[in-house]
Design a binder for this molecule. Structure first.
Ligand SMILES: [Zn+2]
Ligand SMILES: [Zn+2]
Ligand SMILES: [Zn+2]
Length: 207
């Protein structure tokens, strides 16, 4: 965990021979750039290589489709809600049901069906298993007990992806409910995370 190399710099100033290690490639690149004699071109080449390698690996995990034209688009961010439980049910907490405020075109999420819709009116076509509850709500209106975090499940399962915010070259920023394609990509990302974590744990155990 040498980070960007400050400790290495200080140790070198004091005359030590240093070896720095980090599991994050970005500080490794930073430390190499600041500790070794290399031309700007060399640094730019390394950065381009690194950026491309990262993009090839991660860009497919930020892929979604525009809800208007179905064009492949990049995900800008995903809104997750934490699951919580009371005595009678499970719910998902959200900061607000209003996702974006715009004149007569407010973007909202429905607390009953989780559908993202624009404008004031909306009719539910289905009912989601878990209702959305506004952050700050202390007690369940049905059973009166308080809502508690779910601590008996792994961290990655305590949050539910609700809204995908993407950018279409044709239609600009869009908000949509996380659909099956989006959920499949998130599942794929999670399995890659487990793979990477497993790999680094294995390697550090072997050192
Ligand atoms: Zn579009
Ligand atoms: Zn309840
Ligand atoms: Zn609805």
């Amino acid at each position: 965990m040498m980070g960007g190399g400050t400790i290495l710099h200080e140790a070198i100033r004091m005359g030590a021979s240093v070896i720095g290690i980090d599991i994050d490639p970005i500080p490794v690149l930073q430390a190499k750039a600041s500790l070794t004699q290399s031309s700007l071109k060399h640094k730019k080449d390394i950065f381009s290589w690194f950026f491309k390698a990262l993009k090839d690996k991660l860009a497919p995990l930020y892929k979604t489709f525009c809800p208007i034209c179905n064009l492949e688009s990049e995900i800008q961010f995903t809104l997750y809600g934490p699951r919580k439980r009371c005595s009678c049910r499970e719910v998902i907490f959200v900061d607000s049901l209003l996702l974006r405020q715009a004149n007569h075109h407010d973007v909202n999420i429905c607390s009953t069906c989780h559908e993202v819709y624009t404008g004031k009116t909306h009719s539910c076509r289905k009912q989601a298993n878990t209702p959305l509850i506004l952050k700050g709500t202390r007690c369940c209106e049905k059973c009166g007990s308080g809502f508690a975090d779910i601590l008996d499940e792994p961290f990655s399962k305590r949050y539910i992806p609700l809204v995908i915010v993407g950018s279409c070259t044709e239609h600009g920023t869009f908000f949509k409910s996380a659909d099956n394609d989006d959920l499949a990509v998130i599942t794929q990302a999670l399995s890659q995370t487990k793979h990477i974590l497993g790999w680094s744990l294995q390697n550090s155990a072997g050192q």
